[in-house]
Ligand binder design. Structure first.
Ligand SMILES: [Ca+2]
Length: 342
């Protein structure tokens, strides 16, 4: 009797201990399986994402080949009826596809060119601001942003104006590396930015030329006072019907026919070196966006990728950009956003 009275509670404790061990083991096992499943899914997603990125890099290589074929062709000018400038059918691959758009960055105004060619580029930029109904102070703000001194221009702003902001920051004091830097400039609104950005680019070479064969209406209008939208439309009709101007002399002759004189030919060309390639690649359910800038040497045809930007969605042609580049939609995969520049 005495033995039983002692052993019963001991059995109960043993049973509870066993049940506790079993339940803890079950919880641990379920947690382990869940974590393993999660790890497997994460790994598969990462593999698919990587595959999508590899497809995007493949798209960049296709663009290089298209641009190389253009270089090897007979005519040495670049104009909008050429193959590279056309809508390119998506390339289908196993479990995915790649879409590519190539645009000529020299059809745009290079903001870094404001530091060269004396007053010519500044005058052009002021004229472009007028055409777009934007404040002329943008010229001084942009110039102060990348120049090395700390002396503000008349309508400009240097470090002291940015250091009082929250959060404070300094001017770049370097050539711009991305057009989105415009968003940091004092008093430039999102609306101003959206209006200007379809017509400007930032290229590492400040001496890059404007290609009159690919420039849009407002860029051509900025080349001379008196170049109205109507006159430019006439000029563009002739240009695109005639498959581009063979040289600047032909451009000037036609501009004269259209009734526009006094065009300064400094910095104007009929061929291009800098192209932007926008790529949207899909593998299974994963998407990869890539915007690369390719420099094609005008003598050797050698090509090098000078920047890669993974943060932008595929927005197609520049003309569509002003419509599709709305705030909040620009960056569909912000976690992967980064800019490489080599
Ligand atoms: Ca060409």
């Amino acid at each position: 009797m005495r033995m039983n009275s002692i052993s019963r509670p001991q059995t109960g404790v043993a049973l509870i201990t066993v049940m506790l061990v079993v339940s803890i083991s079950s919880v641990l096992a379920v947690t382990m399986v869940t974590r393993q499943n999660l790890a497997i899914h994460q790994t598969l997603n990462a593999m698919d994402q990587n595959q999508a990125y590899q497809y995007a890099l493949g798209g960049e290589e296709i663009a290089r080949q298209i641009l190389h074929a253009d270089f090897a062709s007979e005519d040495k000018i670049d104009f909008l009826a050429e193959d590279w400038a056309q809508e390119i059918e998506p390339f289908e691959y196993a479990e995915g596809e790649v879409e590519i758009r190539i645009t000529d960055l020299q059809g745009l105004f290079n903001l870094n060119s404001l530091s060269v060619r004396g007053q010519v580029n500044k005058k052009r930029f002021l004229a472009l601001l007028s055409v777009l109904a934007l404040d002329q102070m943008m010229l001084d703000r942009i110039t102060d942003w990348f120049d090395e001194d700390q002396a503000p221009r008349q309508l400009g702003a240097e470090d002291y104006a940015y250091l009082v902001l929250d959060p404070p920051y300094r001017t770049a004091s370097n050539p711009m590396v991305d057009v989105s830097e415009l968003r940091l400039l004092l008093d430039i609104t999102e609306e101003d930015y959206q209006r200007l950005v379809p017509y400007v680019c930032v290229l590492p070479d400040p001496n890059s030329m404007i290609n009159v064969n690919t420039a849009s209406g407002p860029i051509l209008q900025s080349l001379a006072t008196g170049l109205t939208a109507d006159k430019v439309a006439e000029l563009i009709d002739f240009r695109d019907y005639d498959e581009g101007f063979d040289d600047i002399d032909e451009f000037l002759r036609q501009a004269n026919v259209t009734g526009v004189g006094g065009i300064d030919t400094k910095g104007l060309a009929t061929e291009s070196q800098f192209f932007q390639v926008q790529i949207r690649a899909r593998y299974n359910q994963r998407l990869s966006f890539l915007t690369s800038v390719i420099q094609r040497d005008s003598v050797t045809g050698n090509m090098q990728v000078i920047s890669r930007d993974l943060s932008r969605t595929f927005v197609g042609r520049r003309s569509e950009m002003s419509v599709t580049r709305q705030p909040g939609h620009e960056n569909s995969n912000p976690g992967e956003g980064k800019i490489e520049r080599g």
